[in-house]
Design a protein around this ligand. Structure first.
Ligand code: AMP
Length: 213
């Protein structure tokens, strides 16, 4: 299954991507994780991306489209993948369609703007492998460490209030219109980011037609 996860920052895309990835045995491709890894490793890509990310702006389309196309051409993506955080503009959605990749479902994970700030303030991320956590909604079983790799859990630099406001605005202006793009193709489905993680997962599975057990 080839799935796109759409939704504002803090909707729970990363967490649901993890759950879907385990359930469907396909990999998650998160442009946010790829870009933050590049920043940590001080690569050329990281150097380009850093300023945009820290300001809560979108990294230019050509840069992001380039890394996603490259990643999707790898053998592990042949049988399926979950795209988290891409596409984020209509141009990116068009570039993906033109590259010949056939998406099965685009899932829009929706939460109200008011809820986003609360969610992001409790968000943590593994500094080593990028696994997402939330101190209230999705805590690590290893406390302050990542339960997968033991890495330090950190707050993302772009989760501060001003940057978050920017990211929400950009989401409404640039990313939300993509829903119409996938609706026209008849592959858009919707789920709501709920208070309880399991309730969100239930809706996500049902929207995608996945059996829970
Ligand atoms: P995320 O982890 O998905 O919230 O992404 C964090 C940041 O990475 C975003 O605020 C953007 O600056 C950048 N980014 C991630 N994905 C994209 C994308 N598809 N297009 C442009 N910028 C992106």
């Amino acid at each position: 299954m080839k799935i796109i996860l759409l939704g504002p920052p803090g909707a729970g895309k990363g967490t649901q991507a993890e759950i879907l990835s385990k359930k469907l045995k396909i990999n998650t491709i998160s442009t946010g994780v790829m870009l933050r890894t590049a920043i940590r490793e001080k690569t050329e890509l990281g150097e380009i991306a850093e300023k945009y990310i820290n300001d809560g702006k979108l990294v230019p389309d050509d840069v992001v489209v380039g890394i996603v196309k490259e990643r999707l051409s790898q053998p592990d993506c042949e049988n399926g993948f979950i795209l988290d955080g891409f596409p984020r503009t209509t141009e990116q959605a068009q570039a993906l369609a033109e590259s010949g990749v056939k998406i099965d479902k685009a899932l829009s994970l929706e939460v109200a703007d008011e809820t986003i700030v609360e969610r992001l303030s409790g968000r943590r991320e593994c500094s080593e492998c990028g696994t997402p956590y939330h101190i209230k909604f999705n805590p690590s079983s290893a406390g302050e460490k990542c339960e997968k790799c033991g890495g330090e859990l950190i707050c993302r630099k772009d989760d501060n209030i001003d940057t978050v406001k920017n990211r929400i605005e950009i989401y409404h202006e640039k990313t939300e219109p993509i829903k119409a793009f996938y609706e026209k193709q008849g592959i858009l489905v919707v789920a709501h980011g709920q208070e309880k993680l399991e309730d969100t997962t239930k809706e996500v599975f049902s929207a995608l037609g996945i059996e829970e057990k």
